[in-house]
Ligand binder design. Structure first.
Ligand code: WTA
Length: 663
């Protein structure tokens, strides 16, 4: 997508129109963790800033000799240092006498199912599970897959891996068996940790059944550990599968029985797969020292966490937001967190506000899609509850429209709380562009300024910086501690994807504008990646899933604007042998994409068309399809092989828009 397309397709005009400003509240500022001099400090002495952060936020087994080695496009941070993530997130808090502090309040989706897990409990559970994994042969370097719902055993499993030095890949519980297979095989996982079933909107999610399908095609996996969440009767394969509680029946919970492995700063911590512009997801590499420093330090300043904070990041741990800001950042800072298993509207649309009130949550971090859903449901739901404990609100994952930002602040934040709109990516590992609460003047719709030490810019097609108000491509100029260390076993794709568009600069794949104050306004992806409810989905991945269906000849996919989910997926499909589309076929194809990728990637609409618009060289004209989906004026179609195709599709597209969306 060109930058002009991105700008036109986005509600950026409305962003600028609003023009509201929220200067920092002096009371908040007086107590804030962040100080204005942080920016200047990081500019004056970039490495010194990150050295101090590393020493303040993290306990090192062996101190590092050097802060940074930057051999473009590869960075290495905290060279020579050794540390352990689990030690930093768990053990050291217990050793410091804070074992009784709550690490997680857990709320199951069924009302009344609750667990309180202190740091001492967490340590015992992690030690036990790590000892269990050892029995299965897991040791430093053993790749482990994790496919679970939002239960405390998920962070426990992740922490147990880090304790042993075993890198993990967490696969979001909404992914299909095929997606799970791809990840397990790519990383060559030896163990898979899953659960019998998840719980979602009152219905079971068959995680073990999906795991079984995947394991039939994942030869490297020797063992599957099954946590019992619902107690459903699931098949267990002799010799391969073992229940979590059986594995742990005779193991010790004494930390001395399972010491934290000393890991090098640059040892692999985890892989997280993310959609790119091809059918194959990218395996993003995060290592140990820099990642932990980056997430702990951003979490500390941006969320202004206090020793008595009750912090709730309402994302799923299966995505990077959960990795960095439910598990590693908050635990490293010794913060008390909330984990909620289910959906915000179960059993009713005030479930979240019930949770905020019960635990007296003071910091809430969620997505614009969630906020827009709440707006749609109406303010009567939050109004049923006392939300006065809230002190700070955050959003992430997609551009937030000013209307949603203001609603969030007024109806959830009581018109008092700062709202931090945080821009970052799986690749960046940590938040990169964000206000600092108590310091930054907030503008609804703007993520404002780069975090101290981060240097961002907006460039035009020729690589020149655009002036105030101009639209362009977002780039980052300097390395940062939590940055990806590459794509797993794919140096070429790493260089190509991030470092070739503007040589020497990190290209994020997002469009942005900068205003006259130097504040950043993010506009969304400028590549073939869609953002649906804050989830990254590749158009090409969905197209591949569609053409995999025996009756599909061709498919083209694009995102169209959606009031709640930001974008919704539209597919244009040509069936084989001139077959006409039907509602049954539509349902079948949605189901098919659900099976190939995951239900969240199923198109909201499918337009059946006898042909797809192509250029004379045979390339599908996606821009045109996007325009049709958004019901915009059609651009230039003169390069089109057969212009009448477009008229026909446009007619069908209009029908579709009129019929409204499905699913
Ligand atoms: C988008 C999620 C606008 C962006 C942490 C980015 C945002 C992609 C924002 C990364 C924001 C994330 N404003 N857009 N505050 N935050 N994005 O890897 O397009 O799942 O490139 O990481 O989400 O998605 P990912």
């Amino acid at each position: 997508m060109s930058i002009e397309d991105a700008a036109a397709g986005h509600a950026i005009e409305t962003l600028f129109q609003e023009g509201r400003r929220y200067p920092p509240d002096p009371g908040f500022a007086a107590q804030a963790n962040a100080r204005p001099e942080l920016y200047e400090r990081a500019e004056r002495d970039f490495e010194g800033f990150w050295r101090d952060e590393a020493l303040q936020r993290v306990t090192w087994f062996r101190p590092f000799d050097r802060v940074l080695e930057w051999e473009l496009p590869y960075a290495r941070w905290y060279l020579g240092g050794t540390l352990n993530v689990c030690y930093n997130c768990v053990d050291r808090h217990v050793e410091a006498g804070r074992g009784n502090r709550v690490a997680y309040y857990w709320e199951g989706e069924p009302v009344g199912e609750r667990r309180v897990i202190t740091f001492a409990d967490l340590q015992r559970e992690v030690v036990r599970f790590a000892n269990g994994l050892k029995k299965l042969g897991v040791k430093k370097g053993t790749p482990v897959g994790i496919y679970m719902g939002m239960v405390p055993e998920l962070p426990i499993a992740m922490l147990a891996c880090t304790r042993l030095g075993a890198p993990h890949t967490v696969v979001f519980g909404g992914f299909s068996a095929d997606s799970l297979v791809g990840r397990l095989n790519d990383m060559e996982c030896e163990v898979l940790i899953t659960q019998d079933e998840g719980q979602r909107r009152g219905r079971p999610v068959p995680l073990k059944r999906t795991s079984d399908e995947a394991l039939a095609q994942s030869p490297s996996v020797r063992h599957c550990v099954v946590f019992r969440r619902t107690g459903a009767d699931v098949p267990m394969q002799e010799g391969r599968d073992v229940y979590w509680h059986d594995l742990l029946a005779d193991v010790s919970d004494d930390p001395a029985s399972c010491p934290c492995e000393a890991m090098d700063s640059e040892d692999l911590l985890y892989l997280l797969y993310s959609s790119g512009t091809t059918a194959k997801p990218k395996a993003i590499v995060h290592t140990t020292g820099g990642y932990l420093v980056g997430v702990a330090s951003t979490h500390y300043y941006i969320f202004d966490v206090k020793p008595d904070s009750i912090y709730w990041c309402a994302a799923d741990i299966g995505w990077v937001t959960g990795h960095s800001y439910i598990v590693y950042g908050p635990l490293c800072n010794g913060t008390t967190g909330v984990i909620y298993e289910g959906t915000p509207d179960y059993p009713d649309k005030d479930r979240w506000w019930d949770i905020v009130e019960r635990y007296k949550v003071d910091i809430l971090y969620t997505s614009p899609t969630a906020i827009r859903s709440c707006m749609k449901w109406g303010p009567e739901y939050p109004r049923r509850h006392d939300l006065s404990s809230l002190r700070l609100l955050g959003t992430v994952g997609e551009p937030i429209n000013p209307e949603a930002w203001i609603w969030y602040r007024e109806h959830i934040g009581g018109n008092r709380t700062p709202v931090v709109d945080t821009w970052w990516q799986t690749e960046t590992g940590m938040i990169m562009i964000t206000p600092l609460p108590g310091i930054t003047t907030l503008k609804p719709g703007s993520a404002t300024k780069p975090f101290p030490g981060v240097e961002a810019a907006v460039l035009n097609d020729r690589g020149e910086e655009v002036g105030p108000g101009g639209a362009g491509y977002l780039v980052l100029r300097r390395p940062w501690p939590a940055m990806l260390r590459g794509l797993f076993k794919d140096d070429e794709r790493y260089r190509q994807t991030y470092w070739s568009r503007f040589p020497g600069l990190y290209f994020a794949g997002d469009g942005a504008r900068v205003d006259e104050d130097g504040d950043f306004w993010l506009m969304g992806r400028v590549d073939d990646v869609m953002n649906v409810s804050g989830h990254r989905i590749s158009t090409i991945e969905v197209e591949s899933a569609l053409v995999d269906h025996p009756r599909v000849a061709e498919a083209a996919v694009c995102g169209r604007k959606d009031e709640v989910t930001g974008q919704a997926i539209v597919a244009f499909v040509t069936l084989k042998g001139g077959e006409e589309g039907s509602p049954e076929m539509l349902a079948e194809l949605r189901e098919h994409v659900g099976r190939k990728i995951g239900r969240f990637a199923a198109p909201a609409n499918i337009v059946f068309t006898p042909e797809l618009p192509k250029t004379r060289s045979g390339k599908i004209m996606r821009r045109l399809l996007r325009d049709i989906s958004d019901n915009r004026e059609l651009g230039d179609t003169t390069t089109l092989a057969d212009p009448t195709v477009v008229e026909e599709i446009a007619r069908r597209g209009k029908e579709l828009a009129a019929a409204g969306e499905e699913g």
